[in-house]
Design a protein around this ligand. Structure first.
Ligand code: HEC
Ligand code: HEC
Length: 250
């Protein structure tokens, strides 16, 4: 029985082995690592005491299969959480853990924070959606402390491919009320009976689910990619500015 359950995973790994270390897969693994694992394990995998992910040797896992299981199921009784990720991403993460030692941690260019601040409010149009230290819009999340909670590489990814930052807690909803009004906005909070959103006019609204004709959660990102909207040098300035935002007034 156990054998049967493991088969699909083994097949996936056999496939991955055939393909060797595909750079796109490694890149994907690195991105997943920095968005879900590095909060605890750190960019170099050495922040949890007794665990050195970069060594490629694990106390609790001798095989890729065991490694994949740890990632999926977590380690009960410890802070290591379960992760609900698909097999493709799992393969990418395992590949990345093996390659971490040699993987040049992505170097992110940091420019001038002052110039970045000007771009943030000016050409970048970031304040049209985001807010920093009380200035800007409530439409998307407040970035006042983003430099304290995100790595430069996460920030760069957010600018190039906003989908990578489209975490469930940032989602927008679109609802139609029984009277026919369409309401859309960022989901702030939700319980079984109501959902609270910041609507397009920046008003906090509480909607009774029973009063809604339809209710959808948008999964696509609303943030435009800045791959073409800003030059690489301008992005480096904006990232330096974001990195400098370490909290304080909201
Ligand atoms: C909330 C914090 C946290 C997050 C997030 C987290 N881990 Fe862990 N992880 C831990 C802790 C703590 C341990 C050590 C558990 C123990 O053995 O006591 C651990 C252990 C591990 C181990 C076992 C190491 C060994 O030597 O056997 C692996 C592998 C691992 N984590 C990989 C990951 C990966 C990959 C991710 C991202 C998908 C991740 N972890 C996310 C906290 C975390
Ligand atoms: C049209 C609205 C809009 C504009 C303009 C916009 N953003 Fe965003 N941004 C979002 C939304 C919405 C999210 C939440 C994630 C998602 O939906 O992709 C987000 C997420 C982010 C994140 C990730 C934050 C995190 O903690 O995960 C960063 C960083 C960010 N934006 C920076 C910027 C910068 C810098 C600019 C200007 C160069 C900008 N954004 C312009 C809407 C916008």
């Amino acid at each position: 029985m156990r054998f049967v359950c493991l088969l699909p995973l083994l097949a996936v790994f056999a496939l991955a082995q055939q393909h060797g270390t595909d750079p796109v897969q490694l890149d994907n693994g690195a991105r997943l690592y920095s968005s879900t694992c590095s909060v605890c394990h750190g960019p170099d995998g050495d922040q949890v005491s007794g665990v050195e992910l970069k060594r490629g040797q694990f106390r609790r896992a001798a095989t890729d299969d065991e490694l994949a299981k740890i990632i999926q199921l977590g380690i009960p009784g410890t802070a290591m959480p379960p992760n609900n990720i698909g097999s493709g991403n799992l393969v990418a993460l395992v590949a990345y853990l093996h390659a971490m030692r040699d993987f040049k941690t992505k170097k992110v260019a940091l420019g001038s924070a002052t110039a970045g601040g000007a771009l943030f409010a000016g050409k970048g149009g970031c304040t049209g959606c985001h807010r920093v230290a009380g200035t800007g819009s409530h439409m998307a999340l407040d970035l006042s402390d983003v430099g304290a909670v995100r790595t430069p590489s996460y920030l760069e990814d957010a600018l190039l491919e906003p989908e990578t930052a489209n975490l469930p807690q940032h989602r927008f909803i679109r609802a139609v009320t029984k009277s026919g009004e369409t309401v859309s906005g960022r989901r702030m909070n939700e319980d079984t009976l109501t959902v609270q959103i910041i609507d397009s006019k920046e008003r906090l609204r509480s909607l009774e689910k029973a009063e809604l004709k339809s209710y959808e959660i948008e999964t696509a990102s609303r943030m435009p990619s800045y791959r073409d909207k800003l030059t690489a040098a301008e992005r480096a300035d904006v990232i330096a500015y974001l990195v400098s935002l370490k909290g304080g007034a909201r």
